[in-house]
Design a protein around this ligand. Structure first.
Ligand code: GAR
Length: 190
């Protein structure tokens, strides 16, 4: 089996889609979900799909502890689905080319530190952009700078606000993230 662990910090709607997508896959399994916020909706998603969840607080968010846990759970790939902490470079080193992230803009535009979730959408609305989208990319040591695997775009209307843009972006994420993860893992496992 190839084991995926999802890392999330928020509501976990992408985690939910990914878990559903891989439910009956005979080779790839989502085994666990890690989260750094005790009240995150992502925990409900883990509970719904009956997978193990891990909460990292200030004390347990520590390199050797994280790596120990990943080994114990035999994690092969890490999927960042709305995970808002910087992944420590030791973990990136350990999982070189095996961590993927989704970002709610067309990188390199609107990426980098402090560009996440609504902040991205607010900046795009403020700048009166005509287009936005999503980027699915491998993770390296720099925020939002890893190798791009796929991008999907959507047009903005004159009436779009943060809420309607978020909805459009979420639709794209739910539509594409799981299948891109699938083909990415297949290409790495040949
Ligand atoms: C998603 O829109 C994802 O692109 C974004 O967080 C949201 C999580 O939603 N990630 C980032 O901004 C990373 N820089 P979810 O918890 O409902 O899956």
């Amino acid at each position: 089996m190839i084991n995926i662990e999802i890392w999330a910090s928020g509501g976990g709607s992408n985690a939910d889609k990914i878990l559903t997508y891989f439910k009956n896959n005979p080779i790839i399994e989502v085994v666990s979900l890690g989260c750094n916020r005790s009240k995150a909706g992502a925990f409900n998603v883990a509970h719904k799909h009956q997978i193990k969840s891990i909460l990292w607080d200030k004390k347990s968010w520590e390199i050797s502890n994280i790596i120990h846990g990943l080994k114990e759970r035999s994690v092969d790939f890490i999927v960042l689905a709305g995970f808002l902490k910087l992944v420590p470079k030791e973990i990136i080193e350990h999982y070189k080319g095996r961590i993927v992230n989704i970002h709610p803009s067309l990188l390199p535009k609107y990426g980098g530190k402090n560009m996440y979730g609504n902040h991205v959408h607010e900046a795009i609305i403020h700048d009166e952009e005509k287009k936005s989208g999503i980027t699915i990319h491998e993770v390296n040591e720099e925020f939002d700078k890893g190798k791009i695997l796929a991008q999907f775009s959507v047009n903005l209307d004159i009436n779009d606000d943060v809420k309607s843009l978020r909805k459009k972006i979420q639709y794209l994420e739910h539509q594409h993230f799981s299948s891109i993860i699938h083909s990415w893992i297949k290409s790495k496992s040949q």
